[in-house]
Design a protein around this ligand. Structure first.
Ligand code: R5P
Length: 312
């Protein structure tokens, strides 16, 4: 029997592309919002005895997409699904994986626990911000990586000597993943986050003089991190013509404008998050649908994920 795909409302285009790559349909569901704002879902197709994959990135608005994912999973369980895998291409709340001050929760842990309460057996995320997600989620968690697909998209934009730049310490392992594929050196920006919207880049560690900087990150939200990195890269003598790549183009608020002002030579993201940028930003979007279809196919057949998974 084929895997059964259920799609939340966060990224139906990605769910359809995954379904097409697998050669299956997307199970019919109904979603509505009650007048008081509560989410109501109903899984209308048959999931009894099926191996079900619920595709729902918890992108903004993170809370309502998360609730919808929980409700869909619960509906599938109650309708007799044998096994439920949450495919959460972009896993929101992953940045809150530890307390940064007294009185804070560990929100990533709370979300991981919530997934367990609705009997989600397995979790698949693409380049999650925190690998500790694996330790937080009681079931099995697979972190698959979009780095190979993004690196392939970057190649045509790399003409001369270039350097991969991790815009903060947390992105170093990711940059090393790109470096292994593209054969480029790695530099790191020392960053301090002052608030949710403000960061300060202190300095670049590593040699970037005369090299095209390729800034790579797991996600771009406000664009503040990339913009701060761009400033210190100029000061450190990097060549003009910034190249930017990120797995998750969350791109809220003024992010398109902030990134546009950097006049990047290329900006590449994946489709884990559905963002309508209109014509405001020349962005290249590469799809993770083949990666996720492959992942689902392997999991469904109980095969090892091999190179699809990242162990960073
Ligand atoms: C933080 O550690 C992440 O890896 C990203 O660097 C950050 O979330 C990007 O956010 P923003 O675009 O708002 O600076």
């Amino acid at each position: 029997m084929n895997p059964t795909l259920v799609a939340g409302s966060a990224n139906p285009a990605l769910a359809s592309a995954i379904a097409a790559a697998l050669g299956v349909g997307v199970t019919a569901c109904t979603r509505e919002r009650f007048p008081d704002g509560e989410t109501h879902v109903s899984v209308d197709g048959n999931v009894r005895g099926r191996d079900v994959y619920v595709v729902q990135p918890t992108a903004p608005p993170a809370d309502s997409h998360l609730v919808e994912l929980l409700l869909l999973a619960d509906a599938c369980r109650r309708a007799g699904a044998t096994r439920i895998t949450a495919v959460v291409p972009y896993f929101g709340y992953a940045r809150q994986d530890r307390r940064r001050g007294a009185g804070e929760p560990v929100s990533a842990r709370v979300v991981a626990d919530l997934l367990g309460t609705v009997s989600i057996d397995r979790l698949v995320a693409v380049d999650p911000h925190s690998r500790s997600l694996e330790a937080m989620f009681a079931g099995s968690a697979e972190a698959v990586t979009a780095v190979p697909v993004l690196a392939a998209a970057l190649r045509p934009h790399l003409h001369g000597p270039a350097v991969l730049v991790a815009p903060d310490l947390g992105a170093v392992k990711l940059a090393e993943g790109y470096a292994a594929i593209l054969g480029l050196p790695v530099a790191v920006v020392r960053k301090t986050r002052l608030s949710g919207e403000t960061v300060r880049a202190e300095e670049v560690v590593g040699d970037v003089r005369g090299l095209t900087p390729v800034v790579v990150d797991d996600m771009i939200t406000t664009g503040g991190t990339v913009a701060a990195a761009a400033r210190v890269l100029v000061d450190a003598g990097a060549a003009p013509g910034l190249v930017i790549a990120a797995t998750h183009g969350v791109l809220i608020g003024r992010a398109p404008q902030i990134l546009g002002e950097l006049s990047p030579r290329a900006l590449v993201v994946t489709d884990t998050v559905a963002v309508d940028l209109g014509t405001r930003l020349p962005v290249e979007v590469v799809s993770v649908a083949p990666l996720l279809a492959d992942t689902i196919d392997h999991l469904h057949r109980d095969r090892a994920l091999g190179d699809l998974v990242v162990y960073r």
